[in-house]
Design a protein around this ligand. Structure first.
Ligand code: ADP
Length: 407
């Protein structure tokens, strides 16, 4: 079965085509600048060379058409026709309290995703545009939606409620949801498999450290708490996002600097985090290099980042009353040995000990980086959200086919 995974943004569309017989990627690509004057389509067939085209792509329907042209292109394509696509899986950022798991797209599901537009105004409408574009062009291909928030729907109210008047929760669903759920679910399961232990027996903290970053307390295979909240702004310090701060800072700064709501939102989401503290970059590679060359802002940015990851791991060990496994994933978590070392060196009281050589070894594979006598296993697990979406889509479509055959 061939499954196409789509991540539709407001002006971009990323895709990856999987052959589920062996979970191999047949091709992937990206359409950028949708609706702008010159859109760019980059297509990469596995084992072939990258193709880049500049075209006019005015909306998501045109983007889907161009993507299909590429996938079925006589020279660069990997399919002889779009009828070889058996199902499509979409990444959707916000599933609110409505979606606890991935589901097949139906008219009711689309309506419920629309009802959640308010909670993710930048993301969910773009995902919907992707779903509708596919529906218009491939009306008979089943579509599945996989939510970033779904994995965290197991959080208890002690983790997800904010201590503010509950009318705000009842009327507006203001609560903590958490994000990166597909990644936290994938790496926690993969880590348990790697260790050969049932995930139901483990207390894990998974650290997804990319441009956005979050830690999750995965208790017996389920999300028990996570650092992002109602939006992906809460929690760890990130590339350009502040993470946790005293909420009183917001009205105070607005008053002092005469900021509008939009301005303060943009300050906290786009001009804070590593970028604000270093004064020059949101990119951890550049920060690390500058720190090693003695740049003071980079030093403080790096130290604050490390300190906050360490605090969350410690807090979640306390929340779960124990810790068996720490997982590092995403761009920074998978690649920065120095960051992992610095986070873990402050956690020896929990029984965490890294093996320096294992930590510094360059590898793209899942691996253990803790020492043999470390009480807690520390792993690097490359995340793969697209594969997780493809697997969910495959499972749901297969179950549907089986129930149709039986019914
Ligand atoms: P996104 O959240 O956009 O998917 P990624 O998971 O790709 O982001 O992570 C991007 C971050 O990973 C950037 O801060 C980048 O500097 C960092 N990164 C990538 N490679 C390295 C490396 N070798 N050392 C340190 N940081 C790295």
């Amino acid at each position: 079965m061939n499954i196409l995974v789509i991540n539709a943004g407001s002006s971009s569309l990323k895709y990856q085509l999987y052959d589920m017989a062996n979970e191999k990627v047949l091709a992937k690509g990206l359409v950028e600048r949708i609706g702008m004057d010159s859109s760019i389509l980059t297509h990469m067939p596995t084992g072939g060379s990258e193709i880049r085209e500049v075209r006019e792509i005015l909306d998501h329907t045109a983007a889907v058409k161009h993507m299909l042209d590429m996938l079925t292109h006589p020279e660069h394509g990997v399919l002889s026709g779009s009828d070889e696509i058996d199902a499509i899986g979409h990444r959707v950022v916000h599933g609110g309290e409505t979606f606890q798991e991935s589901v097949l797209v139906t008219p009711e599901v689309k309506q419920k995703i629309r009802e959640l537009f308010d909670l993710a105004p930048l993301h969910n409408p773009a995902h919907m545009a992707g779903i509708l574009a596919v529906e218009a062009i491939l009306p008979n291909v089943p579509q599945v939606v996989v939510f970033d928030t779904a994995f965290h729907q197991t959080m208890p109210p002690t983790s997800y409620m904010y201590a503010i008047p509950t009318v705000l929760y009842r009327r507006h669903k203001i609560r903590r949801y958490g994000f990166h759920g597909t990644s936290h679910a994938y790496v926690s399961r993969t880590a348990a498999e790697f260790l050969g232990r049932p995930v139901e027996e483990l207390k894990m903290v998974t650290c997804h450290l990319g441009n956005g970053a979050s830690c999750t307390a995965v208790l017996h295979g389920k999300s028990y708490d996570t650092s992002m909240g109602m939006t992906p702004l809460e929690g760890l310090m990130m590339g350009t996002r502040s993470g946790d701060l005293d909420p009183a800072v917001v009205p105070y700064a607005m008053g002092k600097e005469d900021l509008t709501l939009n301005e303060v939102n943009s300050m906290l989401n786009k001009h804070s985090g590593l970028l604000a503290i270093s004064g020059f970059s949101s990119d951890m590679r550049e920060i690390t290099e500058a720190m090693q060359n003695g740049h003071e802002g980079a030093h403080l940015a790096f130290d604050m980042y490390v300190y906050r990851v360490r605090k969350y791991i410690g807090a979640y060990a306390a929340a779960m009353n124990g810790l068996d496994v720490v997982v590092f994933t995403a761009g920074i978590g998978e690649n920065s040995a120095i960051l992992r070392q610095r986070v873990c060196e402050g956690l020896t009281f929990l029984g965490i000990r890294l093996d320096a050589a294992r930590n510094e070894a360059k590898s793209r594979e899942i691996r253990r980086i803790s020492a043999d006598d470390s009480r807690v296993e520390v792993l690097v697990v490359p995340t793969n959200e697209e594969l997780m979406i493809a697997r969910d889509t495959f499972r749901i479509v297969r179950e549907r086919t089986a129930s149709k055959a039986n019914g």
